[in-house]
Each structure stands twice: as C-alpha cells, then as structure tokens.
Design a protein around this ligand. Structure first.
Ligand code: NOJ
Ligand code: CA
Length: 518
C-alpha cells in the first residue's frame, strides 16, 4: 500500500536534527551558521544519518529562537544568505542525503509585515490574516491574546508565547461574529500563503518540512481534530500534485490524527497522550538502570495509534529535540546505548538530536537564551573536539550563543570516533545493522510480545517479507525472564551478556539488548 504517497527516500531515512545556532560557527561570531553546517555534513553521513531536519533559520527577532518569523523567504543574516542555504541543499544532495526545513504555519512574530498591517484601524488585505476579536474588551477563549498595542479595536489570539500572534485558519464551529469558518476567504488565503512559502523552498531544493504545532491550526476544533485534519489534506493534495518527492513530518503527537491529515510521519512528543516521557523523561524512566519504570502504557498507546493510523504513515520516536531535556539528563552510561538499541530498532524514521550521539549533557542553571527557558540547557553548542570551545567556534568563550558544558570530562565527537566502545560507535553500528536488515526498516511491521506493567524486559518482533527479528531490551540492572515461543536462531546485534533460551522462556542478563533472527 502506498502510504500517503510516501516519498521513496523516506523509507530508509535516518535523521539528524540540527539546531543551527549551536552546531558549527564558521566565522567566529559565536553563533552557528550554514557554512558551518556544510563543513559537518561528512560527519553526519559517517554516523549513518542520511537526512537532516534544520530548525528555523529565517529572519526573526528571535524571541523564540527563530520560531517567531518575520520573513519566511529569507535566511536570517546571522546564519548566512539564501545563496548559502541553496549551496547547503546541493551539498546535501551530492552526498545522497535529504534535508527538511522547519515550517511554522501557526504564528508569526509581531514584526512580520502581515501583522503590522493587521494592527491598523483601516481595513486592509491583512486585517483577517490573524485571529482578532472585534472589541478590545473581548478576549479569544482559551488562547491568550495580544491586546492594547493597536489602534484597531480588538484582541489578537496568540499561538504560543504572547509575542506569537496566531494566523487565521478559521474555527471548526464558529460561534461568535469574529470567528471565521475554515472555508472563509481569509482562512483560505492563509493556506495559500503557506503553500507559497513551501513552494519557494521546495523549488530551491529542500526536501520537505517538519511542521511546527501542526495539530492546532484550526481553532475550537473537535476531539478528532477534523478541521485541522481537513486543512492538511488540502496541503497533501497540493504536494501530491506539485512536489510528490517531498516529505512532511508533523509536530503533533497524535499519529492517528496527523497521518489521516496526510503527513508521512508524526513525532511522539513530551506532551500529548503518547506516554513518550515514560521511556526516558519521568521520575522512573523505563530506560533507567534502576529498573523501576513502566513501558506498558506507552506500548498500549503506540499499538492503538499503529492500528488507528491504518499504516498510512509512520510514527517517530525521537531521541529528543530542542524542547526536551537532553536524554543524558536521566539516562546514564551504558543505558544510553540500550536506549539507542531501542530507538534504532523501532519502525518510523529515527531522529537523533545533535549531540545525543555522543551523550551531550543538559547544561544546568543557565539563564534563558532567546525564549529557551528550561530548554536552554539542551541547546548548548555542539562539542566537536578538545580545542577552544570544543571546536564549535573560534570566538572568545563569553561570546558563545549559549554557554557550554564546562566539565573536564565533557564528551566530544573526535574522542568518541577514536574510541571503539563509545556511544557514537555503538549508534553507528546500530544504524548500519538497521540498514542491512529489511525487518528493521522504517516501514516494516512491529508486534509487541512482552510489555507488561512494571516488568522488564521489553520484547517485540520486527518483520519484513524476507525476515523476522526478535528484539529484546532490558535496561534494568537485574536479570529478568519472559515467556517466549520463538527460538532465536542467529544474533544480529547484542549488547551485554548473552541471553539464555529454555523451553518457551528466555532469560535476559542485566543492562542488555539484543536482536535475533527467528
Ligand atoms: C514547537 C517548537 O519546537 C518550539 O521550540 C517552539 O517554541 C514552539 N513550537 C512555538 O513555535
Ligand atoms: Ca557564525
């Protein structure tokens, strides 16, 4: 079955997320840039990743690190120029890789010319581009608003921070005079503008988008998110017609809905109903060696999503992202390798947040930078080697975008590449095993066979037309066993001691992971 017209390249994509300001600074101003990224493409490829998600890199006042755009068509000067990003696209393609940009359709910054026009008392083309009530004394329900900054009488709904006015895609069930329908001229013209933006970058050579806050565009939507799903189906149609090889990945956290909307893949996130946090980021994460976690609710929800989405697209379990705590904040040492054995053996295209491949740490006690707040500690500059600023920049350390991890034993890429037992090399091995086994591929099936409440291990079977692989994951620092009617025939991957198979029972050593052909 053709999944939402999935582009072929997505079927074996392994992604690397780049936060541009923190990846590599090529001109010693303390902030990462596009030319810096180009110099590190070979590093990304060497790790085994063949696709990139680049966080927003457009003109912005940077009140939310670039998720507050004031010109969708121009690269922010601090990162370079449109010519630079065009060169990045071509350098990526030269290496048989692909790259997604970040599309932020839900809101702009207050500096966007559309917003400045929409503030005006006289009606104009942009008066309804955002969601305005018709009196300053009325606030839009549940949304928060920007008020008292315009001659125009009204309050403007915001989407996230209060400096991010919400673009108008209409209301699912308009109840008040100022609430427009999803088919109103204003709502449809916002969609056209978003298509224009997509067209511009896809024509220039990007391969698709990660879409910010994709699930909340239509306001007062129903529980099934029918309004927002219908909106994305319109965009699906446009892409099928004009850019069939482009990929669309949603920040939504509800694959059952996002994939109906025509996305190729949806992220499980630290918010929403997915129980993703139970794995790595809660008081007792499943992947901690303490072995007090519970994976069962996560698996139940995953199975529900898997069925409901009718294989229309993929579900992504990322290692983290720029909004979450670093994985290393709660998962330590060898357990990071076990976490990656899981991340590299589940369906969906894997996503590695830059620096997670070397176990970069969350930097504690930082003052917020550009609206990062507690996310700032997960956004510190990449640690490449043991030179000045860990090789990120030649600027003086106090000029760096965010302060780096100052500990003497901070991990760095160069040392880990040289150490065959490093996390980096384990992940590299895992990606290469994933690539050489069709059963472990992005689109291949998964069937959970052991995921009991408060119990370890986790076991599942991945299968393709020509092979079946049993995956056993035991992050707990104790030996465990589980009933299993399959007999492992050949070891495809193992970390830790060997498992023992008796009649219909498998005993799993402490802190171990293994993939077995059955
Ligand atoms: C999600 C982005 O990942 C986050 O960084 C941003 O602050 C919000 N959306 C608002 O755009
Ligand atoms: Ca720079």
């Amino acid at each position: 079955m053709k999944r939402n017209n999935q582009p072929k390249w997505l079927s074996d994509a392994v992604f690397y997320e780049i936060y541009p300001q923190s990846f590599c600074d090529s001109n010693a101003d303390g902030i990462g840039d596009i030319n810096g990224i180009i110099t590190k493409l070979d590093y990304i490829k060497e790790l085994g990743c063949n696709a990139i998600w680049l966080n927003p890199c457009f003109v912005s006042p940077f009140g939310d690190a670039g998720y507050d755009i004031s010109d969708y068509y121009t690269v922010a000067p601090r990162y370079g120029t449109n010519e630079d990003i065009k060169r990045l696209f071509s350098e990526v393609h030269k290496r048989d890789m692909h790259i997604l940009l970040d599309l932020v359709p839900g809101h702009t910054s207050v500096e966007h010319p559309w917003f400045k026009e929409s503030l005006k008392a006289e009606r104009n083309e942009f008066s309804d581009r955002y969601i305005w009530t018709d009196s300053i004394w009325e606030e839009p329900d549940k949304m928060g608003s920007l008020r008292g900054i315009s001659d125009r009488d009204g309050s403007c709904a915001v989407n996230f921070f209060s400096h991010q006015p919400a673009l108008n895609y209409g209301f699912y069930n308009p109840e008040k005079k100022w609430q427009m329908s999803t088919e109103s001229e204003a709502a449809l013209s916002t969609i056209e503008e978003i298509k224009n933006i997509m067209r511009f970058w896809l024509k220039m050579g990007c391969d698709g988008f990660r879409v910010d806050m994709a699930g909340v565009l239509v306001k007062n939507d129903n529980e099934e998110k029918s309004g927002t799903v219908a909106l994305w189906q319109k965009i699906r149609k446009f892409l099928d017609e004009e850019f069939p090889d482009s990929a669309m990945i949603s920040e939504w956290g509800e694959p059952d809905k996002a994939l109906q909307g025509g996305f190729h893949m949806d992220f499980l996130l630290h918010f929403g109903p997915s129980h993703y946090n139970d794995l790595f980021r809660c008081k007792e994460p499943f992947f901690s060696s303490r072995g007090k976690g519970d994976v069962s609710a996560f698996v139940e929800k995953y199975k529900e999503n898997y069925e409901k989405s009718e294989r229309k697209g993929l579900i992504c379990i990322p290692s983290g992202n720029h909004d979450m705590d670093r994985l290393e904040r709660s998962i330590k040492g060898d357990n990071l390798k076990i976490a990656f054995a899981f991340l590299m053996s589940v369906p969906g295209a894997p996503f590695i947040y830059y620096g997670d491949e070397i176990g970069m740490r969350y930097v504690e006690n930082l003052t917020s930078v550009e609206g990062g707040y507690d996310r700032t500690g997960s956004r510190s500059p990449m640690q490449w080697d043991k030179t000045l600023n860990a090789g990120f920049s030649l600027a003086s350390p106090e000029k760096l975008y965010i302060k780096q991890d100052e500990s003497d034993d901070r991990p760095d890429a160069e040392s880990q590449i040289a150490d065959e037992n490093s996390l980096y090399n384990e992940i590299r091995k895992l990606i290469s095993i994933r690539r050489s086994h069709s059963a472990l591929g992005n689109n291949s099936e998964i069937e959970f066979i052991y995921a009991e409440k408060n119990e370890y291990p986790l076991a599942f079977i991945r299968s393709s037309e020509d092979e079946k692989i049993l995956v056993i994951i035991n992050p707990a620092d104790r030996e465990v066993s589980f009933p299993c009617e399959y007999k492992p025939k050949e070891v495809v991957y193992s970390f830790g001691k060997e498992i023992a198979c008796e009649d219909k029972k498998i005993t799993v050593p402490p802190c171990s992971a293994g993939f077995y052909r059955i």
